[in-house]
Structure formats: structure tokens, C-alpha cells
Design a protein around this ligand. Sequence first.
Ligand SMILES: [Fe+2]
Length: 506
Amino acid sequence: MIEGCQESAFPANSSTNYLSVIPTAARAASLPEYTPFPYGVASGDPLPDAVIIWTMLDSLAARTDSSIVWQLSRSPEFTPPLRSDTITVTAAHHYRLKEDVRGLQPGTAYYYRFGHRGKWSRTGRTRTAPAREFRGQVRLGVVSCNALEWGYFNAFEVMAQEPFDAIIHLGDYIYEYASGAYGDTTIGRLHYPRHEVVTARDYHQRYAQYRRDPQLQLAHANHPFICVWDDHEVANNSHTKGAENHNPELEGDYLTRMTAARAIYYDWMPVRERASGELYRSFEFGQTADLYMLDERLAARTAPAADFSLAALEDTTKHILGQRQLSWLSGELATATGHWQLIGNQVLFAKLDLSNILPQYAVNLDAWDGFRHEKSQLIDSLRKYRNPNTVFLTGDTHCSWYFEVEPSVDQAPPLAHEFGTPSVSSANYDEFIQGWDTLTVAKYRLYRDNPHLQFTNLSDHGFLVLDITPEKLSATFRFLKDIRKPDLREKSHKTFLLDYVHHHAR
Ligand SMILES: [Fe+2]
């Protein structure tokens, strides 16, 4: 025990008056004014026997080699704590504590909290993944694209109060832009620092701002997250060698920027850090579903095709996953045991023809359509293992989509399905492209030009909910009324139900 941080220094129930299992907005508003943990608590990457728990000490409260106590229990009263330890945290990692708690029971809710110099954090609740033999229902939230300047994180607060096994975050967890460069500054949520984030210090300050958001904190406190980065965790349309929004003459060496952004991401996010340094990884939810989280930005992505010519689009030197990740995914799909195969995907996989709507985006070179060599390799794998219960979960576009991927002409089931989640707050098409009548565009152009498109919504924010059993997968888009003020009311929802298709591999 260090710095007087003995467990006995904390009254057993000191947290329960303001720290609830599922706090309401009113309870959140009554949080004490000072806490050494201003960024809340988080958990993530649930396995049947392990989960990551996370917090970060206020740098003003920290000293060199400060220590944090963590406790984990089956009960929110922590009587008694099941597991406990004291960990030294350092300035090198911004005083974050990230503990991979092992030896836990599968499919079980746990409560956790952190202590420092006589004060407890709020209580977090997390959940381990179900046991390998589990064949019951799994409920997942799917979310992406929370630009702070575009609006309130109402979706996160609504999600905080849903009974999820986990929340999948598909990236754009922060945005790198300067204040006013991308957003609606009239609602008064201004980026800090005001300038575009480029250095490690900048990125750290930007995450600190986002993680002070009480609605985002609630979602993290109540559910384990499974996260990947997309492009804005570094800069718009980033890849391993550069980004659309990176100017080496003004902003310096790209590799330095990307390395800094990557390290800061790991300090802030409750993701498991692996010796390989790779972020792509897989999860199992019993026999019900497997989840593959892909890294389509910083693993191996090259610069996009230079133009829409066939030679450029089919260039075999262009990568989105890279051969190593593609081989890993192909191997996972070949040996998968879950009924449903979920692919956590950043950019749209299905073909999207916008040539009659936005000719300059006739092919989205930033999405899988711009990397046809690897797209066709993954399609070949899907065909080979012929599991029609494959579902892509996609972020990035800020709009809602349901595609049948490569639909068959002979009444056979489609090769896969793809659900694109709406943004929490980042601009929809109608906010981004002034004067668009989005409904008309969607009805008369998008559906006509893309017959495999089953549904789109280009003008609402929200999230996606998956209710999965071995026999059915229900995907519900949940749309919120307003993001320009704190408001938990929902506007509408839309559900699609998929039946499990029995198949024989190969
Ligand atoms: Fe985004």
C-alpha cells in the first residue's frame, strides 16, 4: 500500500449514495465536484474469464509514481471485494490504470472501482463474455462517430441504460479538427485544444475533453466496450503512410504523428494491448456469435487509388487490411464455431454507387470499393466457407445502411449482410451537404442505383442494437430526436430480422 491508500481507509459503502449501477441523468448531475478520477471509469475487451478495467488519475492529484487501488466484486457494495490490488501509475502513461483482470467467471456481471488518497471513483459495471458452450441470447450495442462539436452524446446516455453484453465502437471516437473546422459551433461545444491535434500532448488533451463528457462516461461506466480506431483517431482518411488531413510541410513527419496518436489511444481506451502491437482481434459470445474486429487504417492500409480507372482500383499493391490480417481473418472464418460471424468493420464493404448523385464520389476510394484486390480476396473467402450468416457492422459514413452483400441472382441467400450504424453526432448527409433533400435522393436514386440496398437513413443520429440467438439476428436502428441539446427522447426505430441459414462449410 502506498500513499495511505489502504483499503480500510475507505468506508465500505462510501460510493453507494451517488454511484449507481445504472445512473440516471439526475444522478450524474449530482456527482461530487471533485474526484481524482475526472475521466470516469471504463472496461472493455471481455473474454469468458477476463476483462480490462480502466481509469486515469487527475494529473493535478498525481505525483511521481502515484498509486491507485482497484477493487472488483460481484456486488455493487463491494462486500467483500472479490479481487483487489494496488498499482503504481506513471506520467509516461498519463497516470492511467489499465488492468487485465483474469480468473473471472463467464457471463457474469462484476462491479469495479478505483481509490486514491481516500477517495473512490464512481462504480463501474462490466460483464465477462459467456462460456464457450453458451447458446443463449446476446445483446450488443453498435456505435461510431461521436464528434463533440456536432452535438450532444445523447446516444451514449440512452445506451448506458440498455442491458447490453457489450458495446462495439467502430471508431471516430475523437475528431482531430480545430474548433470550427468540422462541426456546429453554435451549440457551444468547442474543441479543446482549439487547434487541430497533432502532437502527443494535443491528442491527450482532446481525449481528456471527450472523456469528461458525462454522457460518454455513463456508457463506459455501465458496459464493457470493444473498440477499434477509424481515421479520425489520427487524421481524416489516414493510412500507414499519410492522411488526407495531414500536411507534412506544416504539421511535420506523419509517422511521428501517427505513432503519438496510437500511443495516446492505448492510454485512453480499455483495449487489450498485445505484444504484436496489432489492434485487430476476435471475440466469442459462446456458440451464438463470433466477432472479428478489423483494423482498416493503421495495420497496413496504403494510400487510396489515385483515380476511378480500373487499373487504379484493381492495383494489387493497394491494401486496406494487408495480407497478414487478411490471412488471419480468412483462417478465423474457416474455423469459426459461432452461429453468426460478426465483422467489426470501419468502412463500407458493400458496393455503393453514387455516380448519379455525387459524381465526385462515384467510387468511395476510402471504402472497400477503393481496394478491389483485397475486397475480392475477402469475397472469395466468404464464398469458400459459404457461411451466409456473416454480418458486417460498419461505421464511418454517419448514416444508416442495410445491404445484402453480393446478393445472389438464383434465390440463394446473399453472401453476407451489412449494417452501417448511424453516427452519434457527426454530420449526416443533410447536415454536411447543404440543400440536399435526403429523402428524395434516397428514394429515387440510391435504391434505384443500388438494388442490393435494403434500407438507408441519411438524416438521423443514433445507434444500432443487435439481439442475437443461434436462430435469429435482430438488428434495430434507434434514432434520436435531437442532438443539439441534452435529450434522451427517441424519434423512431427500424428493425430487420435475419433467420439463421443452415449450411455446410465448403
Ligand atoms: Fe466519422
